[in-house]
Ligand binder design. Sequence first.
Ligand SMILES: Nc1nc2c(ncn2[C@@H]2O[C@H](COP(=O)(O)OP(=O)(O)OP(=O)(O)O)[C@@H](O)[C@H]2O)c(=O)[nH]1
Ligand SMILES: [Mg+2]
Length: 256
Amino acid sequence: MKDIKEKISIIMPAYNEAGHIASSIEETAAAFNNFGYHWELIVMDDGSTDDTYKNAIALAQKYPQLIVRRNPVNTGKGRAIKKALHYITGEYTLFLDADMDLHPLQFQTLFDIMRLDKADIVIGSKLHPNSVVNYPLQRRIISFVYYLLVRALFNLPCHDTQTGLKLFKTEVLRNVLPKVLVKQFAFDLEVLVNAHHLGYKIAEAPIVLKPQRHYGRIDLRAIFTTGWDTLAVFYRMHILKYYDRIDYYRRKDLAE
Ligand SMILES: Nc1nc2c(ncn2[C@@H]2O[C@H](COP(=O)(O)OP(=O)(O)OP(=O)(O)O)[C@@H](O)[C@H]2O)c(=O)[nH]1
Ligand SMILES: [Mg+2]
């Protein structure tokens, strides 16, 4: 074990990843054992209709650091991550997609940037000039248009809110996640908007993205829902002032 006391909690949301999940867990465990950090891996299976849960739980004996939880029905990536917060014991939390498009060894880049930039959050960005990304033109266009929308609506210092590799000081998530309402893909945006609003520093990291699937699973419906949820985050932040009010009521609750 390195002389590093910090513990990293890794949250891996998984939906119908039976084909990937065992090797994803093995690769993640190997990467973090190699780094020498203390770590734990929380796999959140979300009503998968394939063998995701079975294949993941089969590795629980081999890795005592592995926690596998299952939701009987699918309720969305955002809600699964919110639930995972209950199991986290590390000072740092990494969101890592289960499909291994982004290899967990890249954690070290994010961790180094967090320390150098004194950031509270470091997000992988496909639009970083040093990123090596290999994904279809159609997805590049969607990413860029979404970036323009996010820039127009929120003053976020991020170019890509949607990449499945993000490092947080766990304290940030404890303060932000209870306020987050989106259950699906705009969840990431809602987390970042709220963290920024609370004054946490967000930095971006280059990534290497190697798509493991031949086609993306993001369809028109997901794009529409994400766009709609994004507008809803804007409405709650700037018109309803919901996030400030919920803070106020919570503080009042605590005071009473
Ligand atoms: N818990 C949970 N995880 C999900 C859900 N939908 C997707 N995921 C997981 O979230 C991660 C990102 O989902 P992907 O479908 O890979 O989305 P993406 O990377 O934006 O799109 P692709 O290009 O198709 O890979 C993966 O680990 C999925 O297994 C869900 O409803 N619940
Ligand atoms: Mg993916």
